[in-house]
Design a protein around this ligand. Structure first.
Ligand SMILES: NC(=O)c1ccc[n+]([C@@H]2O[C@H](COP(=O)([O-])OP(=O)(O)OC[C@H]3O[C@@H](n4cnc5c(N)ncnc54)[C@H](OP(=O)(O)O)[C@@H]3O)[C@@H](O)[C@H]2O)c1
Length: 281
């Protein structure tokens, strides 16, 4: 009698109910949507962002929507390394953090040579510095206890050079490469680390960075944040190393590798092309 083959067992998704999730940039856009998705699944939340009033409003909305979930907030500048270190110290005295979502980011747009040094430093310290510091801190802690989930928000733009978002694209390439390498190092430790690389999503990111998307491009290419976040959170809890939500985005991400780099650069530029917002607006 032939011996039946054992069923290929897919690892069960990480159960977040009753656990604590730290979400940077949890007060708006993708971070806020991740907060709601994790709260819906029963996780308690630690929301971190810069603006205290926006943060308080975001936390209140989660509490009203999911009354069984605990939500705490920390308002600080995540681009400031000392402030980040103080936050990690404070959080170390609280409940165990099992899910970390490194999401806060800025995208100062425009010609690279006209960027102010203040904006460039903020971008690098936030988009790269905070993600590296928190990934290192929590990956070590989680590996020691043999479980945990880290979700690092990179971008489809991390796969291509992004003219007029040059520093942003570079920071996202850093996160993507670091996260995938770290996933390799963490294999077998029980820690899931995922890089999420969405294409353009309707949030405040671009306006804050000084650019308004062109209407028809926005309608054609920009995704709804709820749709993106559902896929991203599911992938992270399933332990996938990389998630590029959307068929068109996956076609660009993987098909794009087959065409010359200058053409990739041109396509990326066309997709995120926008209109600069003048200071008076
Ligand atoms: N939107 C897209 O098309 C897109 C596509 C791919 C990837 N992403 C990535 O998704 C992430 C979230 O972006 P989003 O589109 O949701 O942007 P968003 O709506 O502008 O949200 C950014 C979040 O980051 C926080 N933040 C910004 N600077 C901070 C600082 N110095 N210290 C602490 N918190 C800070 C903001 O809080 P405050 O308001 O308090 O500053 C806000 O909560 C980013 O990493 C972005 O690169 C976005």
């Amino acid at each position: 009698m032939p011996v039946p083959k054992p069923m290929r067992s897919r690892r069960a998704p990480y159960d977040v109910a009753g656990r604590w999730a730290l979400i940077t940039g949890g007060s708006s856009g993708l971070g806020e949507a991740v907060a709601h998705e994790l709260a819906r699944r029963g996780a308690n939340l630690i929301l971190v962002a810069h603006d205290p009033s926006k943060l308080a409003a975001a936390a209140d909305l989660v509490r009203r929507t999911y009354p069984d979930v605990d939500v705490t907030t920390h308002a600080l500048d995540l681009a400031d390394r000392d402030a980040r270190s103080r936050l990690l110290e404070t959080l170390g005295q609280g409940p165990q953090v099992d899910i970390v979502v490194n999401n806060a980011g800025v995208d100062w747009t425009g010609p690279f040579v006209t960027q102010t040094q203040t904006h460039l430093s903020e971008l690098v310290n936030l988009n790269v510095g905070a993600v590296a510091q928190f990934s290192k801190h929590y990956a070590r802690e989680m590996a020691e206890r043999g479980e945990g989930v880290i979700l690092n928000m990179t971008s489809l733009g991390g796969l291509f050079p992004l003219p007029y978002h040059a520093a942003y694209g570079g920071s996202k390439a850093y996160i993507l490469s670091m996260t995938e390498a770290l996933a390799y190092e963490l294999h077998g430790t029980g820690v899931n680390i995922t890089a999420a690389a969405p294409g353009p999503v309707r949030t405040q990111l671009f306006e804050r960075g000084g650019m308004r998307p062109i209407r028809w491009r926005e309608r054609l290419y920009y995704r709804d944040r709820g749709w993106v976040v559902c896929r991203v959170v599911e992938a992270a809890l399933d332990g996938r190393r990389l998630i590029v939500p959307g068929l068109f985005e996956r076609f660009l991400a993987f098909g794009g590798r087959l065409i010359p780099r200058f053409l990739q650069t041109w396509i990326a530029r066309e997709i995120v092309r926008g209109v600069p917002i003048t200071p008076a607006e």
